[in-house]
Design a protein around this ligand. Structure first.
Ligand code: GLN
Length: 305
């Protein structure tokens, strides 16, 4: 069966899962997204592309933006990043505060919110201004879509209701782990999370993670092979938060999710797969998205495990 057919079958089979999840309601502007949305895209390292249903429709990428920040920080400041943030799974929710306090303000990994705020703080120190624009432009270049932008409503809505993330930023600052003023850091963080991209944009943008750091679209190396491998390793252990175990069990691929309902998964040396369905499970990962990825690896045997 060709990949076009596989995607068609998944789009048919996914219906029972679509209404089962819940949209992220703690960011008020995300409440309005219909649960019926579903898109999936695959970009192969040889340039072939496959897409189904709402794969070209932009959605709020939320935590998937943490990948852009990490890639930028690693390419600009190298191993220095790992002096600020750990490499271990957290086993706690993405926005948990408890562990951070116990562990003296050192976040477990770059994908929980505390870690993403810390990586962003490093990037802000390095870029000295306009960091949110730099992240947006990086997303535009990697996906070759210069229409990509922030959603002002989602940004403003999250910033206003960011009670937990504000606490995390303040806790980091109280432990002396970040240099930016918490409010300034939080503002840039909410901007990066509000980027709107489609499944196709994301599959193109993160193809270098499947291609040893090389972007087949740009004909350019954007990360070293070692950096790409390391990012995949952290996606494998921490990309879907406290669901890392069950996700490995069901899908077996490095992946990064966002509460907008998107998931990016990487098959090293083969392809980048993205899926979007806004209904979330209790850990904040797309419920139908995980089911779709499970169907995909079952049909194609592309799991790395
Ligand atoms: N902006 C969201 C937050 O910080 C991102 C979380 C996510 O997508 N898992 O809460």
């Amino acid at each position: 069966m060709g990949l076009d057919e596989v995607l068609q079958e998944i789009a048919q089979g996914i219906h029972p899962y679509l209404a089962k999840g819940k949209v992220a309601s703690y960011i008020p502007a995300l409440r309005r997204v219909p649960l019926t949305k579903f898109g999936m895209a695959v970009c192969m390292v040889d340039g072939a592309e496959f897409a189904v249903r709402d794969a070209a429709e932009p959605f709020s990428i939320q935590s998937i933006s943490k990948l852009f920040t990490l890639m930028l920080a690693m390419s600009r400041i190298g191993d220095e990043v790992w002096r600020h943030v750990g490499k271990e799974p957290s086993g706690t929710a993405f926005n948990s505060l408890v562990q951070l306090e116990y562990e003296k303000g050192i976040p477990r990994n770059p994908f929980i919110n505390a870690g993403a705020l810390t990586v962003l703080d490093c990037l802000m120190a390095n870029t000295r201004g306009r960091t949110a624009e730099i992240i947006r432009d990086y997303a535009r270049v990697l996906s070759r879509n210069f229409q990509i932008d922030y959603d002002e409503k989602v940004y403003a809505s999250e910033l206003k209701a960011a009670y937990r993330n504000r606490s995390i930023a303040n806790l980091l600052r109280s432990h002396g782990r970040i240099g930016q003023e918490p409010e300034h850091l939080l503002d840039t963080y909410c901007r990066q999370c509000s980027l709107e991209m489609s499944c196709v944009d994301l599959a193109r943008a993160f193809l270098p993670l499947a291609s040893a750091g090389h972007s087949p679209l740009l004909h350019e190396t954007v990360l070293t092979e070692r950096q790409a491998r390391r990012i995949n390793a952290i996606m494998m252990t921490s990309g879907v938060y406290d669901s890392a175990g069950s996700f490995a069990f069901r899908v077996g691929l490095p992946a990064k999710s966002g509460v907008g309902g998107g998931i990016v998964a990487v098959v090293p040396r083969r392809c980048c797969i993205t899926v979007w369905s806004p209904g979330l499970d209790r850990a904040g990962n797309s419920l139908a998205g995980i089911a779709a990825l499970e169907m995909f690896v079952r049909a194609t045997k592309m799991s790395i495990l």
